[in-house]
Ligand binder design. Structure first.
Ligand code: HPA
Ligand code: ZN
Length: 327
């Protein structure tokens, strides 16, 4: 292994973590029991065996099944509090946490239940662990823009607890333009904007996330290397890419971790960061992503490690004074 002590010890921000993707199989079964929810898997081992993905959609089907055990405010609290404890152990000073409310409201769980539980965990983790965190509401792109507007409406009384909005779920067939109006409305409301683009989808989706949705960061974005003009744009505007190496490996965006283009993105001057995406499903939290990608790509240097951590704070939505103190 290369630089493992440095990678673990350096302070960092995590900017791409789906909180529902932090539910470990043991926790899914414990919550299923606690809440009387039936699961289509006999036991923890059977569920773990199902974690053999061929692409994004094959993962999403299992990820939404896992999230079905979350019913009460305490469930959302426990999930987020456990993630933030793990992140603090990985020397994450600040986390911006995605959540997928439509996965829950579709099952009759209220927006208030979801946001209050997650927010209370953020408050307690700050007091007890010193980690700061904020929440980013993600719209599910396989659903309609009308559905996204209804979701925004439900979140209106809770916006003081939400720093921004994102766009996730099935990318292919669901271009960013589909959500142009709801993102424009969120922008008017003062919310910060991000979107998944260029994970499986083409560079054109990154262009439209930037120019139609007007997002400030691109989640994944690794397909940008196929468009030289886009690479220049991302570098010039210092648009951060929240890269997730183990996710890319498990969802077969790259056949081997040694083929990952993180080094190429950094060398082209892009503000790449390293993140965990769905750590319970993809084999590790943020430090595991750092150590495995550095082990697989020997061209990555200690300076790259410092740059990745620096980029994570620079691209965060924390207040300016706080960002400066971390950098
Ligand atoms: N891509 C899209 N949607 C998601 C992901 C992802 O990597 N993880 C959870 N929802
Ligand atoms: Zn993601």
């Amino acid at each position: 292994e290369r630089l493992p002590a440095l990678l673990a010890a350096m302070p960092k921000a995590e900017l791409h973590i789906h909180i529902e993707g932090s539910l470990e199989p043991e926790v899914i079964f414990a919550l299923a029991q606690r809440n009387g929810v039936a699961l289509p898997y006999a036991d923890v081992e059977a569920l773990r065996r199902a974690y053999a993905f061929s692409d994004l959609q094959s993962f999403l089907d299992i990820y939404y099944a896992g999230a079905s055990v979350l019913l009460h405010e305490q469930d959302f609290y426990d999930m987020a509090r456990a993630y933030l404890a793990q992140a603090a152990m990985d020397n994450v000073a600040h986390a911006e946490v995605f959540f997928d409310p439509q996965t829950h409201t579709a099952r009759g769980v209220s927006m208030e239940t979801v946001v209050r539980g997650l927010h209370r965990a953020c408050v307690d983790a700050r007091a007890e662990l010193g980690i700061s965190s904020s929440l980013i509401l993600c719209f599910l792109r396989h659903l309609s823009e009308e559905d996204a507007f209804a979701t925004l409406e439900q979140a209106m009384p809770l916006l003081e607890h939400i720093v921004g909005v994102g766009l996730d779920s099935s990318e292919l067939g669901h271009p960013p333009e589909k959500f142009a109006r709801v993102f424009a409305r969120c922008r008017q409301l003062g919310l910060r904007l991000v979107a998944h683009a260029g994970e499986e989808g083409p560079p054109a989706f990154i262009w439209s996330a930037l120019d139609v949705l007007r997002v400030e960061r691109i989640d994944h974005g690794v397909q940008a290397v196929h468009d030289a003009a886009l690479m220049r744009r991302l570098a010039q505007d210092r648009i951060a890419l929240t890269v997730c190496p183990l996710s890319n490996l498990k969802l077969r965006v790259f056949p081997e971790l040694s083929q990952h283009n993180l080094k190429r993105l950094l060398d082209a001057g892009l503000a790449a960061t390293v993140n965990s995406d769905d750590p319970a499903y993809f084999g590790g939290y943020i430090n595991e992503n750092f150590t495995q990608v550095f082990a697989a790509v020997p061209q990555l240097t200690a300076h790259d490690a410092w740059q990745l951590a620096h980029n994570s704070f620079a691209a965060s939505f924390a207040p300016e004074g706080q960002r400066r103190a971390w950098q």
